[in-house]
Design a protein around this ligand. Structure first.
Ligand SMILES: N[C@@H](CCC(=O)N[C@@H](CS)C(=O)NCC(=O)O)C(=O)O
Length: 225
């Protein structure tokens, strides 16, 4: 089988790809870089000219979009086990969640992150942080409402890439301190995702590789004591 190499930063959305690799039981090389790679791993621009993670390298070349990479891995290496097929009842919902995970959920989160943490103190914007926190929590109602259909997961009653894509937005929300504001079904769903063997194994692989490669393995500066 082709060698798969994932370029990753601790807590970044490349975690989705790592999680999918573990769910599918695939062999891979994990390269963990300090965040952001554009400052700490300039050689990475040779792999991804944008300097962003994830980057997955295999025989087809370099892929850089986390939700698409999960779908690619499932279809090409996993017989579609993490995907919905177009013959299945939730196919439309599935595609919707793959896009909503970033276009609807992580978009407001990146503004919260930027203006509460990444910018220097004099450029921080508490108003932006408050506004986009409310916006994110409003958008999270879509997850609560989907779970009210009675399923354990977002599509039918089966774990799919939709759960990986949205699960990362919940992970980031936890890093941002927003978990106490999750509605009950969303909180229980997030707990369920975190208890999956592949999720735990992905965290373990991230931690081990970070240490071996001399990168700080802490999950996120935001949740350090
Ligand atoms: N569309 C990409 C977004 C990739 C992205 O923005 N990744 C962030 C980490 S979550 C990054 O690498 N940022 C570094 C930078 O902007 O310099 C995806 O969903 O995979």
């Amino acid at each position: 089988m082709t060698e798969l190499t994932l370029y990753h930063c601790v807590s970044a959305r490349s975690f989705r790809v790592l999680w999918a690799l573990e769910e599918l039981g695939l062999k891979y090389q994990l390269v963990v870089m300090a965040f952001p790679p554009r400052l700490h791993a300039k050689e990475f621009f040779q792999i991804n000219p944008l300097g962003t993670v994830p980057a997955l390298v295999d025989s087809c070349g370099v892929l850089t979009e986390s939700a698409s990479i999960c779908e690619y891995l499932s279809q090409v290496y996993g017989h579609g086990v993490l995907s919905e097929d177009k013959g299945e009842a939730d196919y439309g919902r599935y595609l919707n969640w793959l896009s909503a995970a970033d276009a609807t959920l992580t978009f407001p989160q990146t503004l919260i992150l930027r203006y509460s943490y990444f910018e220097p103190a004099e450029r921080r914007q508490p108003q932006v942080v408050d506004d986009y926190t409310r916006w994110f929590l409003g958008r999270l109602r879509g997850v609560e409402s989907a779970l009210q259909r009675g399923s354990q997961f977002l599509c039918q009653d089966r774990f799919t890439n939709a759960d990986i894509a949205v699960g990362y937005a919940l992970m980031l929300a936890e890093f941002l301190g927003l978990r106490p504001q999750f509605q009950p079904l969303t909180a229980a769903y997030w707990q369920r995702l975190k208890e999956r063997t592949a999720f735990v194994d992905a965290l373990g692989a991230e931690n081990r590789s970070a240490r071996l490669q001399g990168v700080d393995p802490q999950p996120s500066p935001l949740i350090r004591p």
